[in-house]
Unconditional design. Structure first.
Length: 263
């Protein structure tokens, strides 16, 4: 079994090791791969749940995600209570277990065959993803659905946030939530992009490498999946040949809005 552990603990944070230990107490043969998203970034969490879950991979796999800003209630928390645990089943059989917070389920809500709450404590620890949730994850991973609670209404889950930064990769490419089919532009059209206070010229391209060195490309990227009706969905990336688009825009944070000036 492959477990993709997506959380906002931080790169190299020992919290990953602690959670993996708890998971492997119940699932000793599981291979666990960790993915660290920025603190409280439910956009990045939801994006990677869909990117990993809706694309090809081993048959026996589960995504366990924890990004819980505890923003569902602004009042003081009792017993460290936070957002509730949920279960989703994707069309390819991938199981997704994690906290329903912000946009964590937004990218898969229309593809999921099943969406349920999970009957497990919402409190009991500041570190619920280690102390409370792993036994429930292991139970569901092994096909036992006795902990499943009420069905979730997809209409009560926020839609995917469009025109945002979803991720910045190691090369400084900016993955966005702009659908690749959205721009009605001819290749090599010059455009102007704004992120925060920084404005930059760019060129629309139907392939990121079809631009000269030093040019910022606005082009379909490497991320995407199939929609609920089976249509391919790809996302636009901002790509600076020979440099970093992230640096060009002043190191913007994941979740910031991207504006195409002149629209």
């Amino acid at each position: 079994m492959l477990i993709s552990l997506i959380a906002d603990y931080g790169v190299g944070d020992p919290a990953f090791a602690e959670v993996k230990q708890r998971l492997q107490m119940a699932l000793p043969q599981a291979q666990i791969h960790e993915l660290s998203v920025p603190p409280f970034s439910t956009i990045a969490t939801g994006f990677w749940i869909a990117q990993l879950g809706l694309n090809p991979g081993p048959v026996d796999r589960i995504i366990y995600h924890n990004c819980a800003p505890r923003q569902d209630d602004p009042e003081a928390r009792r017993d460290n209570e936070g957002e509730g645990l949920t279960y989703a089943l994707l069309p390819n059989g991938v199981k997704v277990v994690g906290v329903n917070a912000g946009y964590t389920l937004s990218f898969i809500k229309d593809q999921a065959k099943v969406l349920h709450s999970v009957n497990v404590s919402r409190g009991g620890s500041q570190f619920r993803s280690r102390d409370v949730f792993p036994p429930a994850v292991a139970t569901i991973a092994q096909g036992d659905h006795s902990l499943l609670g009420d069905s979730l209404n997809p209409n009560q889950i926020p839609d995917m946030p469009l025109n945002r930064i979803a991720w910045v990769d190691g090369y400084g490419n900016i993955k966005t939530t702009i659908p690749a089919h959205a721009p009605t532009l001819e290749p090599e059209t010059k455009i102007v992009i704004r992120i925060g206070d920084v404005v930059s010229d760019a060129v629309y391209s139907d392939g990121s490498f079809r631009v000269p060195e030093g040019t910022l490309a606005f082009a379909p990227g490497s991320s995407g999946w199939s929609t609920a009706n089976g249509q391919p969905l790809r996302w636009i990336e901002l790509f600076l040949r020979g440099g970093s688009a992230w640096e060009r825009f002043g190191r913007p944070r994941v979740g910031q809005t991207i504006t195409r000036l002149g629209e």
